[in-house]
Design a protein around this ligand. Sequence first.
Ligand code: HT7
Ligand code: ZN
Length: 887
Amino acid sequence: PKEIFLKDYKKPDYYFHTVDLTFSLGEEHTIVSSSITVYQRIEGNSSAPPSLVLDGVDLKLVSIKVDGKQLQKEDYHLDARHLTISSPPSTARFSLEIVTEIQPQKNTSLEGLYKSSGNFVTHCEAEGFRKITYYQDRPDIMAKYTCRVEGDKALYPVLLSNGNLVEEGNLEGGKHYAVWEDPHKKPCYLFALVAGQLQSRDDSFVTRSGRNVSLKIWTTAQDLPKTAHAMNSLKAAMKWDEDVFGLEYDLDLFNIVVVADFNMGAMENKSLNIFNSVLVLASPETASDAEYARIQGVIAHEYFHNWTGNRVTCRDWFQLTLKEGLTVFRDQEFSSDMGSRSVKRIEDVSFLRNNQFPEDAGPMAHPVRPHSYIKMDNFYTSTVYRKGAQVVRMYKTLLGSEGFRRGMDLYFKRHDGQAVTCEDFYAAMRDANDADFANLLHWYSQAGTPTMNVTSFYNSEAKTYSLKFSQQVPPTPGQAVKEPMLIPVAVGLLDSNGKDMPLTSVYRDGMLQVVSTDGQPAYTTVLKITKKEEEFDFSEISERPVPSLLRGYSAPVRLTSDLTDTDLFFLLAYDSDEFNRWEAGQVLSRKLMLSLAADFQQNKPLALNADFVHGFRSMLTDGSLDKEFIAKAINLPGVGEITEMMDIADPDAVHAVRSFIMKHLASELKAEFLKTVENNRSSDPYIFNHSNVSRRALKNTALSYLATLEDSQITELALNEYKTATNMTDQFAALTALVQHPSKTRDDVLADFYGKWEHDYLVVNKWFGLQAISDIPGNVENVRKLLKHPAFDLRNPNKVRSLVGGFCGSPVNFHAKDGSGYKFLGEIVLQLDKLNPQGASRMVSALSRWRRYDETRQAHAKAQLEMILSTNGLSENVFEIASKSLA
Ligand code: HT7
Ligand code: ZN
């Protein structure tokens, strides 16, 4: 397979101006006719015009015409991936007409045109358009499209594409047609077509300039009632983007289509978003609070792409973070404004630590803007999305809200309608603010999570307080040596009463840095660390403070410091920055878990110190705190997060330790936990708002602790919660509590749940997922059985994610020392690769960190990777992940 490099980017020789497509949808095959106006980039070139190379995969070429003239076999060259016209006309402009035949019914890859539940659906990002017709399938080719769709009227009563509906009518033989015209230029990855039996929930939104936008969410008749939350989320997102960024929707119509078979979450096609059903459909009885929140966030995310991605798009796929990092940042901000800002921050940082940090420390580590790829689909990663969003957040931290908005405004002013790069975004931020932050660009090019160490010194005579920072970016594949980065560190200093000290002036290398411009002292200041080692001195500090470092997690780094446990307990109790209050608890928990894991490995008895239990009790019972915050604060770091911190990952030890701490806390604080459950129960109708979500989160976290006790009183309690639950959040939390240990109750309640919900495939997926991730010894056999369950289907990515992906998330069973978990995955990857390479490569990634484990596990995992790599006909997707994992 061929590796593609960012440094090899060349502008295209030809641009496309208009693209007129006709789809004749059929049961055996579909005919796609395209008519394109082509422009030469360099006009009046006296030498022979360069050949025009079009991408095309799995296509049957029916005919090709240039300027109306049919090309003969000798006029073009065809191979498995390209159609090359070696002597195009030398005129500045010519027309190209191509007819291809495709077979969507046989397309299980879910890219290009395929069928899902009987409906035709397209998915083109990143390089799926080439499975529809021959085209220059790259995002810097932006053209205006029309699309005519013809199909059987009874089978496909609804025909949709991008833009506005300009014509529709009946055809002979029970067929009909619709013509759609998109007035905005777009890259082909934003093209979409849907045809099928769908009904819509209709609503409307009036933009701030008075445009009336018709909003439609299309799904099956039966699922229509479950689209209300998505519609409300869409309207909230439209309003928020106007209020916060001044960005208004630009067409009279916005469609969302729900599909059951989809490789990722959703797709932002211009005016025709396509969504995985799990990210739209929700009712109180079937979806949990977490799912309601995810739907709200993803509906907003795809809508926000209309400006960040569609109006201004990427020059090439290496720039993916330009649209994804920025849009994730925007959806994170939106969700913060819809709920609790600090809780959302905690969730986002936890996600980053649990998913992106391991990626950045493994064989697939790549910069936010990768330098190369074999298969672009493999680079829709947490690094590009989540770390990319942190990079955007750093601009805001450095420039402030107003400065950031100025930068965004300039970005749109300069680049609307263009395909641009990360440097263009950087330049807009810099120029709009006259800012100087050159080494911020290293964040785009250097992989690896920087580590930052902080030491402090208080001079009681001079009343100065010094913080000394040192940073290091670890080596990653292909990048041994790194430059220091610009790291914005938000800092506050707490006095002995736990209050923020006023910060009047701070010096760097003896030079005064501005703390506040309006003459008022600041209580949090942002230090800009730019060198490998740097010292900052605060003056007029009357007593030794406790520093609150990296407030709000102002940069995506691993922080170590000389803070003592006493300092951390103090921050846990008093920090005005809620994120750092939570963080102090996490640092204490991580230290504790690591030291207990070492004890476990040496067969020492495990014991919990009284300070920890005390700090925990204070959090749990502090009535002044937000309940969702408490739920987060009493949640221990996950097994994955701790194993990542060990020299040799030992999931058994960490799992044992985590279970021990939970059980110990549950027995010490049983009365408090019971009271928490009691006080936060409610039979009121379900409402998705902050106070209700918080109450349920705290109650269900308390229940999860109690469930570790294996006590019949608690089983009764959980059974009662399960039976009396009026919504899925509470029902599923109770079910989760009941299935922790093997028992007859466990079997009965799992059977009961399936019986209740077998008609709802999204709920059944939750049922698969819960069993898949179970820590019950030898669970791999149960998962193998579930593969044969009538409700399971390897062709459906949601089911694969629930069962196979869920299993890979189990520290105990996936990493079983006998290699049974790895072997299971190896077999599945090969089966899946034949159907859906994107899905298969996502699964094989679970093996990529094999070098982190002990020799026995290493040998088992390596054997599976070698077995996969030696298989004939492997996809490029799986090849890239498996080969890089072994390199
Ligand atoms: N921009 C979309 C990316 C996406 C995608 C990429 C590769 C393969 C399948 C995919 N489905 C959706 C969604 C987004 O991040 O907004
Ligand atoms: Zn996106």
